[in-house]
Design a protein around this ligand. Structure first.
Ligand code: HMG
Ligand code: MG
Length: 284
């Protein structure tokens, strides 16, 4: 029985690799993206125009975007924390960009050196400029359940930031359980609050698998109406500013899980397995 479509938004080349301590060459990053381009994704996040002092692994993002073989129908996405990042992403030919906020003040400071309010102020001109050139902007909210600095995060705080980003023009809000400490109950409580301000069809679940609960949390999100999930091939990842956070939920596991449940993702699981093996080989 088919339960309809679900989409996996592949974040491996960005969220997966950004935390790797060894230097990964542009050629290897390009090879990974090119493999993923054959798997059937509509969106692949493969670049991040942030300060190279903060995240050295993403320094070659413009070269990655220049080096990949673009497949028709795929949007290649990039993170942009400010106008400088937006200008670099535009020059490099990103098909969509993402601004990234936090639901907790501690992580916001640690990750982007700004309060939540300051970060939203910084994003406003980015979203405005993107709108001028019809570039889609995705909005991330990190620490939607737990913050490594501030502890448990109130669902209302997540709803507040999600509401603001959506109101500013983000076409989709990705909700990040950055630390991977979320439980299905906590995720459901958080989504109940967020769904009041952003429709479930405009939300994505971004789960990290630190405590092995990512798949249960995806099930909780499916029950709340979400149909888009971020995942990283090979389960790579973690955030340099979220101590203890383990990898993103693995794309191959999510794709197999969704298929078992009866959802269609349009993904080629053999190609994903090949890309996962390559992604894991890049790990130090
Ligand atoms: P700052 O130090 O407050 O900013 O950093 P600044 O304006 O004072 O600039 C500092 C230096 O960075 C300057 O260079 C700027 O030119 C440069 P210097 O004069 O020292 O040589 N700079 C830039 N360089 C390249 N590209 C730029 C850029 N902007 C300034 N766009 C800043 C503020 C936001 C720049 C910094 O904090 C930063 O880059 N943070 C990024 C952190 C990051 O990438 N974190 C990981 C992604 S978020 C994540 O993983 C979570 C997510 O996956 C969801 C989830 O799991 O929850 C999305
Ligand atoms: Mg993440």
């Amino acid at each position: 029985m088919s339960l309809g479509a679900c989409e996996i938004f592949e974040v491996g080349p960005r969220d997966g690799l950004q935390n790797e301590p060894n230097e990964i060459s542009v050629a290897d990053k390009v090879r990974l993206v090119d493999m993923l381009s054959r798997a059937g994704f509509s969106r692949i996040e493969c670049a991040s125009f942030v300060s190279p002092k903060w995240v050295p692994q993403m320094a070659g993002s413009a070269e990655v975007l220049a080096g990949i073989t673009r497949a028709e129908g795929i949007r290649y996405a990039a993170l942009t924390p400010n106008m400088r990042g937006f200008e670099d992403a535009q020059a490099a030919g990103a098909d969509e960009i993402a601004v990234f906020a936090s639901a907790s003040e501690g992580f916001s400071k640690a990750n982007i050196n700004a309060t939540i309010a300051e970060s939203l102020e910084r994003f406003a001109p980015v979203i405005e400029a993107a709108r001028h050139i019809d570039l889609p902007v995705r909005g991330y909210v990190s620490c939607v359940v737990e913050c490594p600095y501030d502890g448990p995060v109130a669902p209302s705080a997540v709803a507040d930031v999600a509401d603001k980003l959506f109101g500013m023009g983000c076409y989709e809000i990705s909700l990040g359980d950055t630390t991977g400490k979320g439980t299905p109950d906590a995720v459901a409580r958080m989504l109940l609050a967020v769904r009041n301000v952003v429709p479930a069809g405009r939300l994505a679940g971004h789960f990290h698998d630190t405590n092995g609960r990512a798949m249960d949390n995806i099930d909780a999100a499916l029950a709340m109406g979400l149909r888009v999930f971020d995942a990283a091939v090979g389960g790579l990842g973690g955030c340099p500013f979220a101590p203890g956070a383990a990898g993103n939920v693995a794309t191959e596991a999510v794709a197999a899980h969704l298929k078992r449940l009866g959802y269609q993702t349009g993904l080629d699981l053999d190609v994903i397995a090949e890309a996962a093996a390559f992604a894991r080989s890049l790990r130090s």
